[in-house]
Design a protein around this ligand. Structure first.
Ligand SMILES: [Zn+2]
Length: 142
C-alpha cells in the first residue's frame, strides 16, 4: 500500500546550500510540521514579488500542492545573507535592518499568495538566520 499523499503545508524557500541540511528540522521545530512539500527557488519569496515567469512557476507548484496533497498552509521563508537579494543591489548593515527589509518583502509575497489562493489558505512568513550550528526560523507576524 502506498503512503497517503497528504500534507497540510507547502514551504517556499531559497536554494541556498547553507539552508538545505537544516531546513526540515527547523520547519518541524518552528511550525510543528513533519512532512511539508518544499519549493526551493533562488530568493525564496522573491519569486512571488518578481512578477516574472518564476512567480507563475511557484504559484503553479503551490496550486498543485493544494489540489493533490490537501495543503491549506503556505510558509514563505526568506533568509539572512541571501545572494538573490544581494544580486539585486540590497545590502544591510545589521541583521535587524535585514529582517525589517525581509518582513516587507515577505508581506508583499504573502499578499500575492493570499489574493491568488483565497482566505481558506493560511500564509505564514519566516525569516531564517544562519549560524555555524544550523539555522533558526523566526516566525514573523503578518
Ligand atoms: Zn538565498
Amino acid at each position: 500500500m502506498k503512503p497517503a499523499k497528504k500534507t497540510d503545508t507547502i514551504v517556499v524557500s531559497c536554494i541556498d546550500y547553507r539552508l538545505q541540511p537544516h531546513l526540515y528540522q527547523a520547519i518541524r521545530e518552528t511550525f510543528n510540521c513533519e512532512k511539508p512539500d518544499i519549493v526551493t527557488i533562488a530568493g525564496g519569496a522573491y519569486a512571488l514579488t518578481s512578477g516574472d515567469a518564476r512567480k507563475q512557476t511557484v504559484m503553479k507548484d503551490i496550486e498543485l500542492a493544494i489540489s493533490a496533497h490537501g495543503v491549506d498552509k503556505i510558509i514563505l521563508l526568506n533568509h539572512q545573507d541571501c545572494g538573490k537579494y544581494q544580486s539585486k543591489g540590497h545590502s544591510f548593515s545589521t541583521v535587524d535592518d535585514e529582517r525589517a527589509f525581509h518582513r516587507e518583502e515577505l508581506s508583499k509575497a504573502a499578499k500575492s499568495a493570499s489574493e491568488r489562493f483565497g482566505s481558506g489558505i493560511a500564509v505564514l512568513q519566516g525569516f531564517t538566520t544562519i549560524s555555524d550550528s544550523g539555522v533558526l526560523i523566526e516566525l514573523l507576524e503578518s
